[in-house]
Write a protein that binds this ligand. Structure first.
Ligand SMILES: [Zn+2]
Length: 81
């Protein structure tokens, strides 16, 4: 009775005979290709999260750099006086 197969794109169980994967929308017409996956809304969410992640990484790196520079500056001031 296990008339399902695993979607090669998203790994969801798809009933045999279902025109397309209910989870990611891949179907026979697209050849269960990865392109279908990238047509989905998931890409935008993933991209936004990735951009935010990159931005956060950049900000934290900038912040760490500023703090290090500030401490070095304090150290130099103390060393001189
Ligand atoms: Zn799928």
């Amino acid at each position: 009775m296990a008339d399902t197969f695993v979607c090669p794109i998203c790994g969801a169980e798809v009933k045999v005979g279902t025109p397309s994967c209910l989870n990611c929308g891949s179907d026979d017409d697209t050849g269960w290709s990865e392109e279908t996956l990238y047509d989905g809304l998931d890409l935008h969410e993933t991209t936004d999260e990735y951009v935010q992640f990159e931005r956060r990484k950049k900000i934290s790196r900038l912040f760490t750099g500023s703090v290090a520079f500030f401490l070095l500056f304090i150290f130099i001031i103390k060393f001189i006086f």
